[in-house]
Design a protein around this ligand. Structure first.
Ligand SMILES: *Cc1c(COP(=O)(O)O)cnc(C)c1O
Length: 403
């Protein structure tokens, strides 16, 4: 126990502010440990984690399967580099092929943005220089590195870092006719999220992905689906595109894949899977054995514990519970599975996030008027109901502050 009168978390935040670059701001809370869907802050206060490190901790915290897999692997060999083959990497690639497509081929990265960088290279290699144009959606998010950022439609984070040297045509997300107009024989690829995550959990209208597939096929462009947030069971399907009956040429994954260990994947289907030749791309840490072992544990546990069923059932409890709340600050809820945006009538999502935290729930203000929920896939019915019951008072606290 600390002898200081200052809370431990407050002291950590001060040291963070002094030692870290300012890009993240200073987060409001220091987390010390977790178990299941619960986390504890540095001062021992407990919270129900309804954001899971931004849709990352798929099995919650300290899941025995991940702990065992990572511990065993780090004892065997923690790192090989890509100068050597290792079995966890091969097993994970084989597992993903089994879930996706027998023709799929996999490149492992450490993060989502790097998975999209690999996708950009796959597209360039496959399409050549005669197709210089990329099509991407307004308000999309594909990552912070310069290639992924070039196709990111969220203007506030892209514009300060222009120019990028990418020729990008922007389309309004969800407008199938505008997309078909934008995709011609100069377009190498269309980048889309099945639901825009950072955009505020905005699902595409039914049929939009299928229309994108048709537009790409008609023009000879590749369809790149960014499932970095929507994949790995988040929506109740293994991958959101599967529920739409659409197969992309390139799929990118990260976030939930490693259950908290850093790993991403760029997956090429058919010919896109063999676009990169030896020497075309690489990553020293990408597909590290420990991260691969964690990801295998995540995928195997989703399967063995029938977690897709849990995602649908508990997601339905959350969504219908929130939809049934009649409150002047709440306009509705959107999304699917355990991935929801509670839409407010006012730009008070940050205040709702603060009030929720004070009430023991971690959520995220993904947009000024949207509160995002992306809890662990193991969230229980009782935990979901606990939040639904607490939400009206949280909303009222914020609403009355304003009045
Ligand atoms: C989070 C996210 C990324 C970027 O992933 P990082 O691991 O933060 O680099 C890219 N695309 C989507 C859809 C995301 O949600």
């Amino acid at each position: 126990m600390s002898q200081s009168t200052q809370p431990v978390g407050e002291a950590l935040r001060k040291r963070f502010e002094a030692a870290m670059m300012g890009n993240h701001g200073v987060p409001p809370l220091a987390l010390a440990r977790g178990e299941g869907s619960l986390v504890w802050d540095a001062d021992g206060n407990r919270y129900l984690d309804l954001i899971a490190g931004i849709a990352v901790s798929a099995l919650g915290h300290a899941h025995p399967a991940v702990v065992a897999a990572v511990s065993a692997q780090v004892r065997q060999i923690a790192h090989t580099s890509n100068l050597f083959v290792h079995e966890p990497g091969v097993l994970l690639a084989e597992k993903l092929r089994g879930l996706l497509h027998e023709q799929a081929r996999v490149f492992f990265s450490n993060s989502g943005t790097e998975a999209n960088e690999a996708a950009l290279k796959v597209v360039r290699r496959r399409q050549g220089k005669g197709r210089p144009v990329f099509v991407a959606a307004e308000h999309s998010f594909h990552g912070r590195t310069m290639g992924a950022l070039a196709v990111t439609g969220k203007e506030s984070i892209r514009a300060p870092f222009e120019p990028f040297g990418f020729d990008v045509r922007w389309v309004s997300y969800g407008d199938a006719a505008a997309l078909a107009d934008a995709v011609d024989d100069r377009v190498a690829a269309v980048f889309l999220e099945p639901t825009q995550g950072e955009g505020g959990v905005v699902p595409a209208p039914p049929g939009y992905l299928a229309a994108a597939r048709r537009a790409c096929d008609a023009a000879g462009a590749l369809l790149v689906l960014d499932e970095i947030q929507s994949g790995i069971g988040r929506t109740g399907a293994w991958f959101a595109h599967q529920a739409e009956g659409v197969t992309p040429d390139v799929l990118t994954l990260a976030k939930g894949l490693g259950g908290g260990l850093p790993i991403g994947a760029c997956i090429g289907f058919g010919e896109a899977g063999s676009a990169l030749a030896a020497g075309d791309h690489g990553s020293t840490f990408g597909g590290n054995p420990v991260a691969c072992a964690a990801a295998l544990a995540v995928l195997n546990t989703i399967e063995s514990d029938d977690l897709l069923k849990n995602v649908k059932a508990v997601g339905e409890t959350l969504a219908s519970g929130i939809a049934a709340i009649d409150h002047p600050l709440l306009s509705g809820v959107r999304g699917s599975g355990l991935w929801l945006g509670a839409v407010l009538t006012q730009q008070q999502a940050p205040q709702v996030t603060t009030a929720a935290r004070q009430a023991g729930f971690l959520v995220n203000a993904v947009q000024p008027d949207v509160v995002r929920l992306a809890p662990p896939l193991i969230l229980t019915q009782a935990e979901a109901t606990g939040f639904v019951e607490a939400l009206p008072a949280i909303l009222t606290q914020v609403y009355e502050q304003k009045a």
